[in-house]
Design a protein. Structure first.
Length: 282
């Protein structure tokens, strides 16, 4: 069996590559990777440019598909024509809840319309968001400035997402399933900061600021924080429309789907995630 992993340089894709043991793996990235595991074949291509994928699907049985909606139908057609039998998409729980109709959903629909075996992996809030948002201020000043200390959700470890994708690629019983994935426990932002503080062995202060101040901080930070500041702070809804940042939204603990529901493996906690990324915050 040969499996093609697209987006193989991504935070989930690289873990999918690592998790595929005992099968031939072809890892697709937009640039040459020198850090691939021994035995993994690295290829260069861009899902947004299907013409760059000539020969990439040759001899491939199954595909892990990173979401690029504009070309998903064409890419899946190429995979089917080359003899691929199964596709596992990286999607989002925003599809589950009806918020996403124009990004991940078209990729899911392309897979479903192809006639191939398909599985959708729909993670909720990435725990990694905390590294991208809070990493610079924790590394630089051991502080997090945020307007909603008690806002809570179920952040999911990227390794849980990869584990479900791997099981769906190599195992049986996952065809036609859409797996929404969360972390195992409701964790407030204040509790998340405490977990990161414990992981790095140093105090990290939580400073409550108003949404406008937090927005200025994120815009000045650049990168992921700047690109997502308006949405994360409530100035923008999921579709990009203007919104007014509201008050604190406190969620009650509830039963949410995790990797346990998908593959029978307990989901990793936020504390475990913080320990795994302690060096990134130091």
């Amino acid at each position: 069996m040969r499996i093609l992993v697209t987006g193989a340089s991504g935070h989930v894709g690289r873990l999918v590559v690592e998790g595929l043991e005992g099968v031939e793996v072809r890892a697709l990235s937009r640039r040459i990777r020198a850090d691939l595991p021994v035995g993994v074949e690295g290829v260069v291509g861009d899902l947004s440019r299907p013409e760059s994928l000539e020969g990439v699907f040759e001899g491939v049985d199954r595909v892990y598909l990173f979401p690029v909606p504009d070309t998903a139908e064409r890419v899946v057609d190429m995979a089917r024509a080359a003899g691929v039998s199964r596709v596992v998409t990286l999607s989002s729980d925003a599809v589950t809840h009806g918020f996403d109709t124009d990004f991940h959903l078209p990729v899911e629909r392309a897979a479903e319309a192809s006639g191939l075996e398909w599985t959708h992996v729909r993670p909720g809030e990435f725990a990694l968001n905390r590294l991208w948002l809070w990493g610079p201020s924790i590394r630089g000043r051991r502080v997090v400035r945020d307007p909603l200390p008690e806002e809570a959700w179920y952040p999911v470890h990227e390794r849980d997402i990869a584990d479900v994708a791997v099981a769906s690629l190599v195992g049986e019983g996952h065809t036609g399933r859409a797996y929404t994935l969360n972390g195992p426990a409701l964790v407030s932002r204040r509790e998340q900061v405490a977990a990161i503080s414990e992981a790095i062995g140093e105090p990290v202060r939580f400073e409550v600021v108003d949404p406008h101040t937090a927005r200025e901080d994120y815009l000045a930070q650049g990168g992921f924080a700047a690109d997502n500041a308006d949405f994360l702070l409530g100035f923008e809804d999921y579709s990009g429309g203007e919104s007014d940042p509201g008050g604190q939204e406190v969620h009650q603990a509830e039963a949410v789907p995790t990797s346990m529901d998908a593959i029978g493996r307990p989901a990793r906690t936020f504390r475990q995630w913080a320990r795994d990324h302690a060096a990134d915050f130091r």
